[in-house]
Design a binder for this molecule. Structure first.
Ligand code: HPA
Length: 274
């Protein structure tokens, strides 16, 4: 079946089950699901029930679309996202973003866990993305272009929305939360980087490294959706600080920063005007 028809079928199924029309789409990263607790939930759909939706495989991802009100605004949240390293194609990874756009979202907010390459960063700090470097080996836009959804050669000169970045910084100051603003580099994973690779990524100009967010942002920007993305820095990846990382440590560091990150996301949506 044509990709666009799959997207439309998934959208139609969701609309047949859920009345709420979401204005904000939210994608929550590894260990960062707590924002969901702030949502006045109206409906939940398991990924496995939605036609053509990929099904999440990693055990700590629950795999649900959650519809409800956050700060009084209608939102749809992906609890559990798809990563390229799980074996999905980039079309599958970004399928839910296409569907959220057709459901009506006007802005996309993303969180992720990332390694800190910038030596000014500390574990469990937050970094707002102002730009990214795509080092992933498959691009979600390769193939026949879905002209109804966006351009063949979409502009990427401002991938992350400057107004949202500004507002998030102000919110962080008000809440005395330490946030950085920087460049995220997206890699395939699933292995973490070698010391030589961390050094290279820093030389390339990145402040943080992770295995997500870039494909979602590319697809959202192709559809002209403003994007806000924020990383929780779960491990230090600069010379002298590189230590063996375990996924449990990454999740623990993410959970520590989660309340501050959640606050920023919630306030950003509460204060937003379209
Ligand atoms: N590298 C890549 N992805 C990551 C890292 C890292 O060090 N930490 C969390 N996600």
């Amino acid at each position: 079946m044509e990709e666009y028809n799959k997207i439309k079928e998934a959208t139609a199924y969701i609309q047949s089950k859920v009345d709420l029309v979401p204005v904000y789409g939210i994608v929550l990263g590894t260990g960062l699901g707590a924002l969901v607790d702030d949502i006045e939930v109206v409906a939940e759909l398991s990924y496995e029930d939605i036609p053509h939706f990929p099904i999440s495989t990693v055990e700590f991802h629950t795999g649900k679309l959650i519809f409800g009100l956050l700060g009084g605004k209608p939102v749809v949240t992906m609890k559990g996202r798809f990563h390229y390293y799980e074996g999905y194609t980039m079309k599958e990874v970004t399928f839910p973003i296409r569907v959220m756009k057709l459901l009506g979202i006007k802005k996309l907010l993303i969180s992720n866990a990332a390694g800190a390459l910038n030596p000014d960063f500390a574990k469990s700090d937050l970094m707002i993305l102002e730009d990214h470097i795509n080092l992933q080996t498959e691009n979600p836009l390769v193939g026949r272009n879905l002209n109804d959804l966006g351009d063949r050669f979409p502009d990427m000169s401002e991938p992350y929305d400057l107004t949202l970045i500004d507002r998030a910084r102000r919110i962080a100051v008000q809440h005395q939360t330490r946030v950085h603003v920087g460049v995220y580099v997206g890699v395939n994973g699933p292995n973490l980087e070698t010391r030589a690779e961390y050094k290279m990524l820093r030389i390339l100009g990145a402040d943080a490294v992770g295995m997500s967010t870039v494909p979602e942002t590319i697809v959202a920007r192709q559809m002209s959706l403003p994007v806000f993305a924020i990383s929780v820095l779960t491990d230090l990846c600069y010379p002298g600080h590189i230590e063996k990382v375990k996924i449990q440590d990454i999740i623990a560091a993410a959970e520590k920063a989660e309340p501050a990150m959640t606050e920023i996301m919630r306030e950003l949506i509460t204060q937003d005007e379209l």
